[in-house]
Design a protein around this ligand. Structure first.
Ligand code: AMP
Ligand code: MN
Ligand code: MN
Ligand code: MN
Length: 282
């Protein structure tokens, strides 16, 4: 089985490596099939695809779309998308537009809590007028000594009920799946183990996701425990969904799992990559 990683981030969203550098890192780690899945942006796919071609890695163009489902934020990965698809591009642009507005409100909230200058700080760490995510705020708060690391920032700030958190309306689930499928991609429910929802609600989410044409769920993920690999492997099979695997790598030292270090899918899973046309081996 080839070494596969179908979920990671570059500087186009909240990763630490530029797209081409990310692909070089993946190659060094022995990855043979790689999807770049930046949050709400496909701006890194061209450079990453070119680097992958040079290095002999199969490249899967991807994206990770932020979705509001009921009152929960969930993430849907699109794999094998046509990054030139007009409806997809317009949809993602609208989601990103909401991010700028949200970042300003986050900064106001943090300023009221006695921490000024976070919008400018996050913008600097994002490397200019790019997509702003909570991760950029978290890195700035670490830099300013408000917490020891990004994990701790998220616990003290930036999550529901803490200063720096602002509620936000992302894309709808049907909308996000429409964009992905309209662009020829497969929709994958990202890291289901990370959502703060009980088993009944999760079942409802999986049914709705499948009924809207969702193809797969992430079974092996940097956000999951080994017990969750088995749990979500069983659930994928129960719902007739394929299984995906991705590290959710954001950068050296900032992620649980480095690229190319994923365990195999549990037995009984139908791998999503068999349904992907990743192109011929180079
Ligand atoms: P946003 O899309 O701006 O709300 O930011 C979400 C991103 O924040 C995720 O993709 C992760 O990269 C990061 N994140 C969320 N929760 C945590 C956490 N508890 N620890 C570290 N990073 C987190
Ligand atoms: Mn992220
Ligand atoms: Mn995610
Ligand atoms: Mn991610």
């Amino acid at each position: 089985m080839p070494r596969i990683d179908l979920h990671c981030h570059s500087t186009v969203s909240d990763g630490l490596l530029e797209p081409a550098a990310l692909v070089r890192h993946a190659a060094r780690q022995g990855v043979e099939v790689l999807a770049l899945t930046d949050h709400d942006d496909v701006g890194g796919l061209e450079a990453a695809g070119a680097a992958a071609l040079e290095l002999g890695i199969r490249f899967v163009p991807g994206v990770e779309i932020s979705v509001t489902w009921r009152n929960h934020t969930i993430h849907v990965v699109g794999l094998g998308i046509d990054a030139g698809n007009e409806a997809l591009l317009q949809g993602l642009a609208a989601v990103r537009g909401g991010r700028e507005e949200r970042a300003r409100r986050m900064a106001e909230s943090l300023a009221r809590a006695g921490i000024p200058g976070t919008f400018e700080g996050a913008l600097r760490l994002a490397g200019g007028p790019r997509l702003l995510s909570r991760t950029h705020f978290a890195r700035f708060l670490v830099e300013q000594g408000h917490a020891r690391d990004v994990k701790r920032v998220f616990r003290r700030f930036l999550v529901r009920g803490k200063p720096g958190y602002v509620p936000h309306q992302w894309a709808g689930l049907a909308q996000a799946l429409g964009w992905i499928r309209g662009a020829g991609g497969l929709a994958v429910l990202a890291h289901p183990g990370r959502y703060d929802i009980g088993p009944v609600t999760l079942g409802e989410l999986l049914s709705e996701f499948r009924d809207l044409g969702g193809a797969a769920i992430e079974v092996v993920s940097g956000s999951h425990t080994p017990e969750q690999y088995l749990q979500f492997g069983r659930q994928a099979a129960a719902f007739g969904l394929l299984a995906s695997a991705g590290s959710d790598f954001h950068g050296p030292g900032e992620s649980y799992l480095d690229l190319g270090r994923l365990p195999e899918l549990p037995a009984g899973c139908a791998p999503v990559w068999q349904a992907l046309d990743a192109g011929p081996p180079h």
